[in-house]
Design a protein around this ligand. Structure first.
Ligand code: HEM
Length: 219
């Protein structure tokens, strides 16, 4: 497969994951409501995710996108390293001075560790029934609110979830910008708008996901 197609795969799967994060953060904002309201709403949302056949298809597309995004990003990185094994001598438009752009691989590893721990914390408990402390709610479904609340009453998990949102923010900032560029969004004034939109998106995502565990801890 050509480098061009590989980059397109990284960009398309990345954009799909960006959309998923908007939906995921919006749903997780339920956790900020008072407990009496939040428990019912969060559990109802989570049950809908597991029971709806349509959402199941989207979930499989999501898992596939995560795998393809990592694999193709690795292939592009290896190819780029082979093509230019020495660091840049010239700084093109200041782009290669951006820390996030140069360390996308390293930042990606942090995010991968986060996703593996996160899926073990939630997905494996809720969907596979693994681990302890998974009770049922009044409707007889898994009490996802209780799983979340007990996890975020552990200060180590709060620190883990909140701190890892910093590399996530850097990754999203650079990733959104470069995937839209790869897909053809390349105009001088458009690029400035793109940079601002990416920064805004990354800030909302990292601050949003980062503060939820802290607020739940003090609730
Ligand atoms: C405050 C932070 C977060 C909370 C409370 C949270 C909560 C959850 C919960 C409860 C689930 C299981 C949903 C269900 O099946 O009922 C889940 C799944 C998932 N989360 Fe998160 N999440 C957070 C942040 C993130 C972040 C930052 C990412 C990605 C970087 C992420 C990626 C995923 C993925 C990929 C799944 C699997 C989705 C599925 O199976 O449908 N989450 N999360």
């Amino acid at each position: 497969m050509s480098l061009f197609l590989r980059k397109w795969m990284v960009a398309l799967t990345g954009l799909f994951l960006c959309i998923f994060l908007v939906v995921h953060l919006s749903a997780n904002c339920i956790l900020l409501l008072p407990e009496a309201v939040a428990r019912g709403m969060y559990n109802a949302y989570s049950t809908l995710l597991r029971e709806s056949p349509l959402i199941k298809v989207v979930a499989y597309a999501l898992y596939l996108s995560i795998i393809l995004h990592v694999v193709f990003a690795l292939l592009v990185t290896i190819r780029n390293r082979r093509a230019k094994p020495t660091p840049y001598a010239v700084n093109h438009h200041g782009e290669n001075s951006q820390w996030a752009a140069q360390n996308m691989g390293l930042i990606g590893i942090f995010i991968l560790v986060f996703i593996v721990v996160h899926l073990a914390n939630f997905w494996a408990r809720i969907k596979l029934g693994m681990g302890e402390g998974v009770g049922l709610d009044a409707q007889g479904y898994v009490d996802v609110y209780a799983v979340t609340s007990s996890l975020f009453h552990n200060p180590y998990y709060v620190a883990f979830y909140s701190l890892l949102m910093i590399p996530l923010g850097f990754h999203l900032h650079h990733g959104l910008k470069s995937s839209l560029k790869t897909l053809g969004f390349y105009h001088r004034s458009g690029l400035r708008v793109l940079a601002r939109v990416s920064l805004f998106y990354a800030l909302i995502m990292s601050v949003g996901f980062g503060v939820i565990p802290i607020i739940v801890y003090f609730k």
